[in-house]
Design a protein around this ligand. Structure first.
Ligand code: ZN
Length: 274
């Protein structure tokens, strides 16, 4: 009870009529300890279950932090491997889990549906420097741009969320993903759980320390969710995707582009072609 009263006072001071509504967007490549695409990313691989367990722990740390900061609603969107990685028997209450493929972006993101987005387990964009498992949707993509600006998966989500007036308030992932986030949303709370340590090596925090930092970060971000500004891209929007050459069938880089009045329209034009 004490916490509820404290919470009400807090929301009033931050301009939210109720506790913050939070969307947690998850991926696997950016969680602590994961660096091997052949052993740690997909069902059936030797260390997949360990990766999944680490992701679940990091997600729950964010859920617990959001709860501690008085969030009124928490939805976790399962973003890795076609949205079929997490399990409801392991996600902490009161978060709900959104899964399934394809989940249209305008189902989980619509006008001011949330007060903030939190990324957990996020990786950097294709071609990012000193990044762990960097890619944009697939490892076949060399670069993706929105109105000429190079972005990765986190930039696409930030742009679509921004179209709906929703800011990104926090990200946990590798050092390069944190830097990429800060470039788009300079006030976002970032938690670096690992970084590249040369070629294919990474150095990661212990899971215990990573989850403690994520918990603290989520408390801080969710408490001030009402004070962030969304990243807005003015339309019309052109999204361009350049693929790596694949000789002999595709000796030069294939480039495709999709247009729309908004980011979401351009994004859906692309997804409709996949
Ligand atoms: Zn993934």
């Amino acid at each position: 009870m004490k916490r509820i009263i404290f919470g009400l006072v807090l929301f009033a001071s931050l301009g939210l009529a109720q506790g913050a509504r939070i969307l947690i967007v998850t991926d696997l490549e950016g969680v602590g300890g994961v660096n091997d695409p052949d052993e740690q990313l997909l069902p059936g691989q030797r260390r997949y279950l360990e990766s999944r367990k680490i992701l679940t722990g990091e997600v729950n740390a964010a859920v617990d932090g959001a709860v501690a900061a008085g969030a009124s609603e928490i939805v976790v969107w399962d973003g890795h491997d076609g949205s079929r990685t997490l399990s409801i028997d392991e996600i902490h209450s009161p978060a709900r889990l959104l899964q399934g493929r394809p989940t249209p972006a305008n189902y989980y993101l619509s006008d001011r549906l949330y007060d903030g987005v939190i990324f957990i387990g996020q990786h950097a964009k294709a071609g990012a420097k000193d990044a762990v498992l960097a890619h944009t949707q697939s490892f076949a993509v060399r670069r993706l741009t929105i109105n000429g600006k190079e972005v990765g998966e986190l930039g696409q989500v930030a742009a679509i969320a921004g179209q709906f007036g929703i800011p990104v308030i926090m990200l946990s992932g590798d050092r390069a993903a944190c830097a990429e986030m800060l470039e788009l949303q300079p006030r976002a709370v970032t938690v670096e759980v690992k970084r590249l340590a040369g070629r294919g090596s990474t150095v990661s925090l212990s899971h215990e320390q990573a989850t403690r930092l994520i918990l603290d970060g989520a408390i801080k971000a969710v408490r001030s969710a009402g004070t962030y500004s969304p990243w807005k891209i003015q339309g019309p929007v052109e999204m361009t995707i350049e693929y790596f050459p694949q000789p002999p069938q595709q000796p030069t880089a294939r480039i495709v582009s999709y247009k729309g009045a908004t980011v979401l329209e351009a994004y859906e034009a692309w997804l409709g072609k996949l």
